[in-house]
Design a binder for this molecule. Structure first.
Ligand code: IMP
Ligand code: MG
Length: 167
């Protein structure tokens, strides 16, 4: 296992982004929408660096079966149906093809959210299929399969305190 991004680098970057988010949402209620399971470690580090009127919710999206054919994903664990007046910040581990976030963002906009923004710990722009970008990106990386800090390989290695890859 090679270290791509160390724990120190991640924490430093999330502190910066936390300040930026605190500033951008000053005077507003903010809901952090944490996607299980991959985003939990980044979300907990980031949340500690955000000041303001914050609520934390969890969602879970699956799976790959429908994804290829329709681009639609199933939300297994979801927010309340009516999102009127909510400022949502979706917290994701990585934006890869963009399919997941494209679907989620549009779904929440259609449910009347006041605003929907995206934080992604990692961004792999070279893999993008859908026209979507994150509003806050921890690190942009090349097309490598990475693990750790919440990201898994077949459900393993999420617990690594850094972002790593297998050579
Ligand atoms: P997208 O819908 O293609 O953007 O896929 C995003 C999801 O794919 C992420 O939430 C991850 O679960 C998974 N994923 C994409 N790239 C990686 C990787 O390098 N390591 C681990 N999981 C990944
Ligand atoms: Mg995921």
């Amino acid at each position: 296992m090679k270290v791509l991004i160390s724990e120190e680098e991640i924490e430093k970057r999330l502190e910066e982004i936390g300040k930026q988010i605190s500033n951008d949402y000053k005077g507003k209620e903010l809901t952090l929408v944490v996607t299980l399971k991959g985003a939990i470690i980044a979300a907990s580090t980031l949340a500690k660096r955000i000041t303001g009127d914050v609520t934390i919710e969890f969602i879970k999206v699956s799976s790959y079966e429908k994804k290829e054919s329709t681009g639609e994903l199933k939300i297994e664990l979801d927010l309340d149906d009516d999102l009127t007046g909510k400022n949502l910040l979706i917290i994701e581990d990585i934006i890869d093809t963009g399919t997941t976030l494209y679907y989620l963002k549009n779904n929440y906009i259609n449910r009347n959210a006041e605003s929907v923004k995206i934080f992604a710990l990692l961004d792999k722009p070279s893999r993008r299929i859908k026209d979507i970008e994150a509003d806050y990106v921890g690190f942009t990386i090349e097309n490598k399969f990475v693990v750790g800090y919440g990201l898994d390989y077949e459900e393993k290695l999420r617990e690594l305190p850094y972002i790593g890859y297998i050579e």
